[in-house]
Design a binder for this molecule. Structure first.
Ligand SMILES: Nc1ncnc2c1ncn2[C@@H]1O[C@H](COP(=O)(O)OP(=O)(O)OP(=O)(O)O)[C@@H](O)[C@H]1O
Ligand SMILES: [Mg+2]
Length: 376
């Protein structure tokens, strides 16, 4: 059972005279056997530091890492049954692809015949059999990436650790390597922990995703759960592109029903009677400030629709229209609220055009502006 458990794991880096900076702040996380876990978050949130502590490349300031039920804080990296793939690949330039892949096994005093077999198998999986005699400088970025992954595979680790392995590749290559790593995961059936700052990679590759910010875990969940039910404004804004729109306002009662009053320049721009689900969630917030969150695809252009729900409709002006092919991204303004809508590319939009828009309240979220937590 190659389960990886982090308990209250923390890292303090020395920081000149000030003492220390906390890069990872007491995170606890269980990565299940054979799970593909993605750690995602903005630059500097502590992803690489966490991964390096799991790998044994960084001293642990506090807490424990355990692999297969054993605490490994004091176990050397080479004895942790892990293999790590780095962003810069870290290949030896003077060695052939074969020797790069065989190097770790030679150090482990693995018999020659077995090395040959393992390198051969890994090369076949990755489709690089023809490249084994080349040096890294004679390879494309994607090929180098494959060699770096191959070097990890030959060691038959219990746990694979990836730190932004695709970030040096062009966009197209990234997409194809993404699928290859996912396939590799199903094929090898091992535990994988994958660090990225790219939320698309996180959403498409992860069995589960851990979202981090400032050394803390903000939420751990399966991709769609994270997308549909973010626990806080950070996760809501980080996952999804373009990001979720946030409207500031308060909950008022109208005809005995809670309604969201958005703040705008000429009085209230938004005046939305809430449905049962949202009404329930904001019980404790009547008369108080809240943030109303809704994703771009849940704001619909209802301008020409006969069955407009007048209560949930409002007018906005197009500031920018970006036709993307299948859909158009509209940057809109209503009062002092700027927001984004993603609509089907059926019609042509012009700057300055006035539209009637409708919210799909079933997909909306309410947040507490102080704690930034979703109202439940
Ligand atoms: N060797 C070090 N000495 C001091 N501070 C460090 C060191 N390494 C990292 N840090 C700090 O720790 C924090 C977390 O860094 P880390 O490299 O884990 O971030 P990251 O999430 O991997 O970011 P990125 O997406 O940019 O790679 C940052 O504030 C960083 O400046
Ligand atoms: Mg990093």
């Amino acid at each position: 059972m190659a389960e990886v458990i982090l308990q209250e794991l923390a890292k303090d880096y020395p920081d000149g005279k000030k003492g220390s900076v906390r890069a990872v702040n007491n995170i606890s996380l269980t990565i299940q056997d054979r799970e593909f876990m993605v750690l995602v978050g903005p630059s500097g949130c502590g992803k690489s530091t966490s991964l390096r502590m799991i790998a044994g490349l960084e001293e642990i300031s506090h807490g424990t890492v355990s692999i297969e039920g054993k605490t490994v804080n004091d176990v050397l990296p080479k004895d942790r049954k892990i293999a790590m793939v780095f962003q810069n690949y870290a290949l030896y330039p003077h060695m052939t692809v074969y020797d790069n892949m065989a190097f770790g096994l030679k150090l482990m005093k693995c018999p020659k015949a077995e090395i040959k077999e393992r390198v051969g198998d890994a090369a076949a999986i990755l489709g690089i059999e023809d490249l084994l005699e080349r040096k890294p400088k004679a390879l494309s970025g994607g090929q180098r990436q494959r060699v770096a992954v191959g070097r990890a595979i030959v060691r038959k680790p219990k746990v694979f650790l990836f730190d932004e392995p695709l970030s040096n590749l062009d966009a197209k290559m990234r997409v194809s390597m993404r699928t290859e790593i996912s396939k590799l995961h199903s094929r090898l059936n091992s535990t994988m922990i994958y660090v990225t700052h790219d939320q698309v990679e996180a959403m498409t590759m992860g069995d589960r995703i851990t979202v981090m910010k400032d050394g803390n875990i903000m939420q751990v969940a399966e991709p769609l759960e994270l997308y549909n039910n973010p626990e806080n404004m950070f996760v809501a804004g980080f996952i999804g592109s373009p990001p979720m729109n946030f409207f500031h306002g308060s909950i008022q009662t109208k005809d005995n029903r809670p309604a969201f009053h958005g703040t705008g320049v000429n009085g209230n721009v938004l005046n939305l009677p809430l449905d049962d689900r949202l009404s329930e969630q904001c019980q404790q917030h009547i008369g108080r400030e809240v943030v109303f969150g809704i994703r771009p695809e849940d704001i619909h252009d209802t301008t020409n629709l006969a069955d407009q729900n007048a209560e949930l409709s409002f007018e906005a002006t197009v500031e920018v229209a970006e036709p993307m092919g299948a859909e158009t991204i509209l940057y809109l303004v209503a009062g002092e609220n700027s927001f984004i809508s993603k609509v089907a590319s059926g019609r042509h939009y012009e700057v300055g055009q006035k539209l009637t828009l409708g919210f799909d309240l079933k997909k909306a979220h309410l947040f507490d502006p102080e704690t930034e937590a979703v109202l439940k």
